[in-house]
Design a binder for this molecule. Structure first.
Ligand code: ADP
Ligand code: MG
Length: 726
């Protein structure tokens, strides 16, 4: 009963506040002292490794040099001692399969040594390579049975850490997961390859500007939005447990109309939970920085300080895991789904992204000198070209059944990719297009390579929350990314897209310089060409508006409104070609991903459909039939006592009609779910065009029944309870 969950929730909140909440978990010293305390980071490596091994490992991490087995042995031995001192009994090769979030298999350090004894051991071989029994991970047909095994390979660029779960401590080794033929079966491998690809092209461009840089890394700072609700409600909702979102539920009388939640004060129990999660994240080296209320009731956000993209992705995955694990300690459940509540803002992940050379120069930061600024404009232009040329593939990397509910809804960016530059930068590019960039809106003077850009403020232009891809002063923010997804894929595609744009730029400029042309002149010409070619992708207006959809169509921008429409972009010949060219994914690898994501879509919709039928039969109908009986009896009783029955009769008729429609629609949906046999593509279209509309219809009727049914009879916690009782 909804009311039972409500009673339990109120009880748990009261108990929590009666104990005075939990003791404050974070103090400045606690956080400072604990930062990285569970990480085998540079500091620990320096202290514990033999000098030669330490040097070799650093060369691998910073320069990508390959690592020999004797170094691996030394690292393994130090890792083992350090882990055991911290109470670890097991180690795990942690990896990112193609669906789901992360996977791990635990192995004990214990090795039998004969005579009934055992010793603790961990070799370089075990560190470097693992063989999970991984035949049941999705592989999109890439592993036929004769090559069924895959192996995990240590990624030395992301530091190992200790996972503490109650009394169990496990050494976690970030790894890539590949098949015996070397094909990527995971999300980390292509990300690492894409970082290399971008570095190759970016350093070519930098060299033209006189830089000695040999490595460019991509940086990433992902903001995570999420909901926290009382766990009693969660357990009373089969849809939240099994689908991560509510499949029924009428809109509450008070939604987010008051806009009093955003940046509002954080409820005490929630704050304690956040502080606890942040402390845990600090210990494992995730540099969490910001927390606040989000727009929807019971919605929050946490953001770290940016790091190198590979580490940032691992840390992002850890953040999701820690949020999920910490919430129950406070009687809360953390919902990472993109749209847990219909009609209420969904959650996204703002993927802040930039490029930096090994000296720490941010390549998307407008500089102090004219020279720096020309270089800055070239890298900005590369991003414009990248997003315009590869908008389809980028859109596909954020496509999922969950994100379909969010993109293009009234709170989230549209499914059309465009780039927000802010007034000043847009103005500069406009002038570049005209071929004679001279002045800016702020009155500064710009002649490429001759005098400087006006100082662009850190926060150039106002915030445009409606843009899916925005320049925010010294980085781009890919905002259409979804709250529940692994951010490897969008970052991988972004890196490839920018690498490809930079390659074309480097080709052009190198040729011009070789031909004796002045670099500044060549740059000016090239920038003009790029703006002319790609200005359609620039949009500073309101991305939520209907007019933009029309305007975008006129500009020829893609508008894939759902996953089924977006996913085929991944396997378009041009996309396959660019991924192969930059050695990030081969044809088989990208096709496998396409199949896996399509399959995930089909499975998700199927599970949701089945759940709706289940909830209709086992929760909603019994309650509705009971109330129908009660109002019927009320009419009979009123008649017997000579009372008026006009209104009650009207209610009986209205309610009975809804119940009847609901029953019929549940049957329709149930029947539609029987479908099988078609190809995955056809099946996905069927899910989108037949099953989802039937689910929506069932939901509408169910929600209409909910608002007429007494609180005490309604078997599910309501939106009002879940979102406002905290
Ligand atoms: P804003 O106020 O524009 O959101 P913040 O400085 O608060 O900017 O940063 C938001 C997120 O962007 C943080 O996670 C931050 O670490 C990240 N970020 C800042 N600079 C960069 C960069 N150069 N590369 C990647 N991410 C960055
Ligand atoms: Mg935000």
């Amino acid at each position: 009963m909804g009311s039972a969950a409500l009673t339990d929730a109120i009880k748990s909140i009261r108990e929590w506040s009666m104990t005075g909440g939990r003791p404050a978990l974070t103090s400045p010293t606690a956080v400072g002292d604990n930062f990285g305390s569970l990480v085998f980071n540079d500091r620990v490596q320096a202290a514990r490794l033999p000098k030669a091994a330490y040097k070799a490992l650093r060369a691998t991490i910073t320069k990508g040099e390959s690592l020999d087995l004797s170094t691996a042995d030394a690292v393994a031995s130090a890792l083992k001692d350090w882990s055991i001192e911290h109470g670890a009994t097991h180690y795990t090769h942690w990896f990112q399969p193609m669906t789901g979030i992360t996977a791990e298999k635990h192995d004990s350090f214990l090795q039998p040594s004969g005579e009934g004894k055992a010793v603790l051991e961990f070799s370089g071989k075990e560190l470097v390579k693992g063989e999970p029994d991984a035949s049941s991970f999705p592989h999109g047909g890439m592993r036929s049975t004769f090559e069924a095994r895959g192996y995990t390979a240590w990624d030395p660029t992301s530091p190992p850490w200790l996972k503490v779960d109650g009394n169990n401590v496990t050494l976690v080794i970030p790894t890539a997961f590949v098949s015996w033929t070397g094909e990527a079966l995971d999300k980390k491998t292509p990300l690492l390859r894409s970082i290399e690809a971008l570095s190759r092209q970016a350093t070519r461009v930098l060299k033209l500007f006189g830089s000695t840089s040999e490595r460019v890394m991509t940086t990433c700072g992902p903001e995570q939005e999420y909901f926290l609700i009382d766990r009693n409600f969660y357990f009373a909702r089969p849809d939240l447990i099994n689908a991560g979102r509510t499949l029924f539920g009428a809109k509450p009388p008070k939604g987010q109309e008051m806009e009093d939640q955003y940046f509002g004060s954080i409820p005490e129990r929630v704050l304690a939970c956040m502080a606890d999660a942040e402390l845990e994240l600090c210990k494992v080296g995730v540099p969490v920085k910001t927390r606040h209320n989000e727009v929807a009731p019971s919605q929050y956000e946490v953001a770290p300080i940016f790091e190198s993209a590979n580490v940032a992705v691992d840390h992002q995955l850890m953040t999701m895991e820690v949020l999920k694990r910490t919430a129950p300690k406070y009687g809360l459940e953390c919902l990472l789904h993109e749209k847990p509540f219909a009609g209420v803002n969904g959650s996204g992940k703002h993927n802040n992204w930039s490029m930096s050379d090994e000296f720490g120069n941010n390549l998307l930061s407008p500089g102090a000198t004219p020279h720096d600024n020309v270089q800055f404009l070239v890298f900005c232009a590369a991003v414009l070209r990248a997003v315009d040329r590869w908008q389809g593939a980028l859109r596909a990397t954020i496509a999922s059944a969950g994100n379909d509910h969010r993109l293009g809804a009234n709170e989230a960016p549209p499914a059309i990719l465009s780039v927000f530059l802010g007034d000043q930068l847009a103005d500069i590019f406009e002038q570049i297009e005209k071929g004679g960039a001279k002045s800016t809106k702020q009155g500064g003077i710009l002649e490429l390579g001759v005098s400087g850009l006006p100082k662009l403020p850190r926060d150039a232009g106002d915030r445009n929350r409606t843009s899916p891809f925005a320049f925010t002063g010294n980085k781009f923010e890919f905002r259409a990314v979804s709250s529940g997804q692994n951010i490897s894929l969008p970052n991988m595609m972004l890196n490839v897209a920018v690498a490809d744009a930079l390659e074309s730029i480097a080709d052009d400029l190198e040729k011009a310089v070789k031909g004796g042309e002045d670099l500044n002149k060549a740059v000016a010409k090239l920038l003009t060409k790029i703006v002319k070619e790609h200005k359609r992708i620039i949009f500073n207006g309101n991305g939520y508006s209907k007019e933009w959809e029309k305007e975008a169509a006129k500009r020829g921008l893609l508008n894939h409104k759902n996953t089924v429409a977006a996913l085929p972009e991944l396997v378009k010949p041009a996309v396959v070609k660019v991924l192969e060219k930059h050695k990030v994914l081969n044809g088989r690898e990208i096709h496998a991903r396409y199949e896996v994501y399509l399959e995930a879509y089909n499975k998700t919709i199927n599970i949701e459909g089945q759940l709706m039928v289940l909830m209709a039969h086992r929760y909603i109908l019994p309650a509705a039939l009971e109330y129908q009986k009660q109002i019927g009896q009320a009419v009979v009783a009123a008649k017997a006592s000579g009372g008026t029955t006009v209104q009650s009769k009207k209610l009986v008729v209205k309610y009975s009609k809804l119940v009847d429609q609901f029953q019929a629609q549940a049957e329709v949906l149930n029947g539609l779910l029987e479908h099988s046999g078609a190809s995955p593509e056809k099946h996905a279209k069927y899910m989108r065009d037949k099953v989802i509309p039937a689910m929506n219809k069932l939901r509408d009727i169910g929600d209409a029944i909910e608002v007429l049914t007494p609180h005490g009879l309604w078997p599910l916690p309501t939106y009002r309870e879940m979102l406002f009782v905290k």
